[in-house]
Write a protein that binds this ligand. Structure first.
Ligand code: GSH
Length: 248
């Protein structure tokens, strides 16, 4: 590997998606829109990254975490930029949409994955695919406890499950209404905000989580079609067909 290769560290593939991480999906979709070549590296331990979160990149010996910081790094080092053709109003809309998805809806998704038993069941399966059973018995409760604490500190886990469901359903309703019968959220073609929406909706809709908000997201035909469309656009090699839920 030459020193200029961008190495992109994401959680391993799961649920028919190239990675189980919503921000990893966002980053790879952005890189593909930018036409940037990169080497994917699958790493299940987000603590190895420079911000202790997934994804991160290594670029010529420099390690950068956080999708927005990574995109800024690519702008300064390679001169590539997304959304250059958007108007000031579209840029503002994109910012607001992205913040809602990444700072609020992401908390709802993590809450369903980690706090709710029917979500954690599937997170546990991800561990089981990677490590022997005795190690899963040790690691899974530790990771769950750490993430629950994190979600309490972040705010969402201070609410009852019913309140979180109501918050998440409100986000899903807003997304479905915003998208309407259009193909992309901001403009005629995909933008960075679409990659955020893709990342978070793909894990909600394509994962087997039988949790209230993920189930509700699957009931919105335009959001399901959006995920299919984005997968076809960004990851044509995977095909857009949803996996059988029973097989997940
Ligand atoms: N703002 C960050 C968010 C990254 C993030 O929250 N990653 C999640 C997984 S998708 C993570 O690493 N969670 C584990 C943790 O917080 O310990 C970005 O844009 O990359």
């Amino acid at each position: 590997m030459d020193n200029d290769t961008l190495r992109v560290f994401t959680f391993p593939p799961a649920w028919g998606l190239p990675t189980a991480g919503p921000f990893g999906l966002k980053l790879e979709a952005c890189l593909r829109m930018l036409g940037a070549t990169y080497q994917p590296v699958h790493e299940g331990d987000n603590r190895k990254g420079p911000t202790r979160k997934s994804p991160w990149v290594e670029d010529g010996g420099v390690r950068i975490g956080d999708t927005e910081c990574i995109l800024e790094h690519l702008r300064t080092t390679r001169g590539v930029v997304l959304d250059g053709a958007l108007s000031a109003v579209e840029r503002a809309q994109s910012h607001v949409l992205r913040r809602m998805l990444e700072e609020h809806y992401h908390q709802v998704f993590e809450y369903e994955l980690v706090v709710l038993d029917e979500g954690f069941l599937h997170m546990r399966k991800l561990f089981e695919a990677k490590m022997p059973a005795p190690m899963v018995a040790l690691v899974a409760p530790l990771v769950r406890r750490g993430l629950k604490k994190h979600l309490f500190e972040r705010g969402i886990a201070r609410h009852t499950p019913e309140q979180v469901t109501a918050m998440g359903r409100a986000d899903v309703d807003a997304l479905a209404t915003w998208l309407g019968d259009r193909e992309w959220f901001i403009a005629d073609g995909p933008t960075k905000a679409d990659t955020s929406a893709f990342g978070l909706l793909a894990v909600s809709i394509r994962s087997p989580l039988a949790t209230p908000v993920c189930t509700y997201a699957r009931s919105k035909p335009n959001l399901v079609a959006f995920v299919d469309r984005a997968l076809t656009r960004f990851f044509p090699e995977l095909g857009a067909k949803a996996p059988e839920r029973a097989a997940a």
